[in-house]
Design a protein around this ligand. Structure first.
Ligand SMILES: [Zn+2]
Length: 340
């Protein structure tokens, strides 16, 4: 197996929102931790900028131009949470471009099976026509569309374990079966979307699986939802690529939410994902989203890459079925095209 690859770019440090939890030190913390572990065997590559066509596969030109113009004018506020500086434009282009280049590495003929895209700003709150929630372009959506447009992969699983609902990714793929979007998120919490009943529309009906969890949910809930709900749904779906919107703000130390996932919980979820990918014979790409306590972020991300990029092959982890998973399975069996 070819070495796993990690895409990054120094422009991630140039996106300056001022005093803000989504700050450059997040990248420094992750990279310092990975460097201390010799990058866990990942081959590092410098991310290219996303091309205009890659961005326009997800966002309309007016959205892209609006961000470009605001950055060129020196920056400013898009909403109360989402602030850009002059350097945000380059950072955002490389953040989306890194995710797309990761997909090229995973689906090209180099034999790479595991990739990571480590950038900021994050992307999963960015809707088709709207930047919000610290996110400018939807990096994981750009990656999924790249899989389809450049590599002919018509089915992609996106697992979003960031503690916030990935409203942007849901928005991009809500009416399509080209992505099976599975999100585990604290509820109620920002941005307020992601109810169980939001399951997709038209040809996308049943291809959005929202798993809201109450405040205080820890490893037992998160890991069981991945192993007992996401994994079987994904096996029924049969994706050609697995992408993870990997946020670390469900960690018990994170200041922005109140779930209680541990470093070990992220390792267990990564084990489920890697076992799923090995079983399906498809590659895995990890795309960084949120996570605002620097130590928890660095440890959680390192734990994820240590498992995801490990030599394998991996079997499914031993996880007890949690009542949240039992309830989600009952809902899906009642109406899902995948588990019905
Ligand atoms: Zn988040």
């Amino acid at each position: 197996m070819a070495a796993p690859v990690l895409f990054h770019h120094p422009s991630s440090l140039e996106h300056d929102p001022g005093p803000h939890p989504e700050r450059p030190a997040r990248i420094t913390a992750i990279e310092t931790a990975l460097a201390a572990r010799d990058w866990l065997g990942f081959e590092r590559r410098e991310s290219p900028e996303a091309t205009r066509a890659q961005l326009e596969a997800v966002h309309p030109a007016r959205h892209i131009n609006g961000i470009q113009e605001l950055c060129a004018a020196g920056g400013g506020m898009i909403d109360q949470d989402t602030v850009v500086s002059e350097g945000s434009w380059g950072a955002a282009l490389h953040s989306a471009g890194g995710a797309a280049a990761m997909v090229d590495a995973l689906l090209g003929d180099g034999g790479v099976r595991v990739g990571a895209s480590v950038h900021r700003p994050p992307g999963h709150h960015a809707e088709v026509g709207r930047a919000m929630g610290f996110c400018l372009f939807n990096n994981v959506a750009v990656a999924a569309r790249r899989a389809r447009d450049e590599h002919g992969v018509g089915r992609v699983l996106v697992l979003d374990w960031d503690v916030h609902h990935g409203n942007g990714t849901q928005d991009v793929f809500y009416d399509s079966d080209e992505v099976l979007f599975c999100s585990i998120h604290e509820w109620p919490l920002y941005p307020g979307t992601g109810a169980e009943g939001e399951t997709g529309t038209g040809p996308g009906e049943g291809f959005t699986i929202n798993m809201p969890v109450p405040s205080g949910t820890g490893d037992d809930g998160f890991c069981s939802l991945v192993e007992h709900v996401v994994a079987p749904a994904a096996r029924a779906y049969g994706p050609g690529l697995i992408l993870v919107s990997a946020g670390y703000d469900a960690h018990h130390d994170d200041p922005l939410a109140s779930c209680r996932v541990t470093d070990g919980g992220y390792a267990t979820m990564a084990t489920s994902v890697r076992a799923l990918a090995d079983g399906l014979g498809v590659p895995v790409g990890i795309v960084l989203e949120g996570g605002y306590e620097l130590g928890a972020l660095a440890r959680g991300f390192t734990a994820t890459l240590e498992v995801a990029g490990g030599p394998g092959p991996f079997g499914a982890p031993s996880v007890e079925e949690h009542p949240l998973a039992t309830a989600a399975l009952e809902r899906l069996r009642a109406g899902s095209p995948l588990l019905g």
